[in-house]
Design a protein around this ligand. Structure first.
Ligand code: ACO
Length: 427
């Protein structure tokens, strides 16, 4: 490869620099293309477009590699606590014990939300989807924490980061408890970050809370596996909203809305609903495989396929093992797990899926674990959001610190050419 990329447009050649990443990825820097040639590029879905340089997460979809700040997802899921991973993503390195203790202490100090937020929560209908409530309440937090962090002030940035890490879990627990008609509280100052989340969610008002280590460990792992995934739909949303200099809470609230969709984070709920409907229908996986392959049928095998993983999703491998482990340890036999395994086996030997490089993604088995933990289907994507929170924070912080310009794509207009206004009575 030479030093420059050349693009020929009509009878002129234009030269552009390459941008090379630390893992050998290469991009053509076309930021001067329009100025030089009056031509733009078009790439629906951004399948070939890098939106930024980032030092947070590396993934190689062909090789099935995922690393946060250089550490493999396998090692982190096996050895780390979610809060350590959050620190790593946001600040760039694993914390030492002192840094981790301080981080947890600082988060606990602001682990409280304005009581008035409860009034907003109470005004939602019972039927409201938890993701809608989470996004609205995260947005509402802006009104209770109105200052937009000055990115040149380390203290203000740090304060915004610990506040959102402290307050979103409270809202998540409240959304879960409201769905169950349980009282709303603030958790336990003496506990670790994930331990406190599980207590805030699962504590019954009429019983002493006894921590279940299997549940804590499973949630810890799921949160780590979801913590970041470079420039996906919700993260790109957070970055683009933040690029207008909207604050952290507002940007994250937009990210939560983006995550909700069935093609993104909402897939974990869709997977369980699909597996349940296959079971209800008699468990004939072949019938649903045929539907997924039928182009006249909108049905897709939820939890299969990924924009970047074209070999396997390393998170799916870890989650499949974890699903078996959690169900075994909790003594649960779930026929849905068998249906999922059956579908996976069939899909992996089916030409339609092989040719299109469609493999189980992170969401194919995560819902089975959440279900075993008695978390309702509609809360699955909320749990995903909780895991993705440090990733969104890290990406937002990086974007602001790099002083990225406001995100504002161009378009190719394909509408009417100029026409004269016609009076109403003449139309
Ligand atoms: N079931 C059946 N066919 C599929 C599936 C699927 N799950 N996924 C992709 N295909 C087919 C498409 O129909 C298309 O076929 P064609 O080439 O014959 O037209 C081909 O595979 C490529 O699919 P695209 O939609 O173009 O791939 P894209 O990269 O745009 O989409 C996506 C990726 C959205 C994840 C897609 O695979 C999908 O819809 N999967 C199901 C939803 C899901 O599990 N989403 C969670 C993703 S992980 C996450 O966001 C956390």
């Amino acid at each position: 490869m030479g030093n420059k990329a050349t693009i020929g447009i009509e009878d002129k050649n234009y030269e552009f620099d390459f941008v090379k990443g630390s893992e050998g990825e290469v991009a053509i820097d076309i930021s001067s293309l329009r100025n030089k040639s009056n031509v733009i590029t078009i790439d629906p879905g951004f399948k070939n477009t890098g939106s930024c340089k980032s030092a947070i997460t590396f993934l190689d979809g062909e090789k099935g590699i995922l690393r946060y700040r250089g550490y493999s997802i396998e090692e982190l899921a096996e050895n780390a606590d979610f809060l350590e991973v959050a620190y790593l993503l946001i600040f760039g390195n694993l914390p030492n014990q002192e840094q981790l203790d301080q981080f947890l202490f600082d988060i606990k100090e602001v682990s409280i939300v304005d009581e008035d937020l409860k009034k907003i929560l109470e005004s939602f209908p019972k039927s409201a989807h938890p993701m809608g409530i989470l996004s609205s309440l995260t947005s509402a937090l802006v009104s209770f924490n109105p200052s937009v962090a000055d990115i040149d002030s380390k203290e203000e940035m740090y304060s915004a980061i610990i506040k959102i890490l402290a307050k979103v879990p409270i809202i998540v627990a409240w959304v879960y408890r409201k769905g169950k008609g349980l009282s709303l509280g603030y958790g336990d100052y003496s506990l670790g970050y994930v331990e406190n989340i599980t207590k805030m969610m699962f504590k019954r008002p009429n019983k002493e809370y006894i921590q279940n280590d299997i549940i804590v460990s499973a949630i810890n792992k799921l949160l780590i596996l979801h913590a970041d995934h470079e420039q996906n739909c919700s993260t790109s949303t957070v970055r683009i909203v933040g690029s207008s200099h909207a604050g952290l809470f507002a940007s994250v609230s937009a990210g939560i809305s983006a995550l909700w969709g069935r093609l993104h984070g909402g897939a974990n709920q869709a997977v369980i609903e699909m597996l349940e409907s296959i079971e209800k229908d008699g468990g004939d996986t072949k019938k649903f495989m045929a539907k997924a392959k039928d182009k006249s049928d909108p049905f897709r095998l939820m939890g299969f396929g990924h924009r970047v993983y074209k070999n396997f999703d390393p998170r799916a491998k870890i989650i499949k093992i974890e699903a078996d482990k959690v169900l075994n340890e909790l003594g649960i036999k779930d026929s849905i797990l068998e249906i999922a395994k059956g579908l996976e086996k069939e899909a992996l030997s089916d030409h339609y899926f092989i040719d299109r490089k469609l493999y189980p993604n992170v969401d194919f088995y995560s819902g089975i674990i959440y279900k075993a933990l008695e978390i309702p289907n509609e809360m699955f994507t909320v749990m995903f959001a909780l895991g993705r929170l440090p990733g969104w924070i890290a990406q937002w912080k990086e974007m602001r610190e790099m002083k990225d310009p406001i995100g504002r794509p161009r378009q190719i207009y394909i509408g009417e050419n100029h026409r004269s206004f016609v009076d109403l009575e003449l139309r």
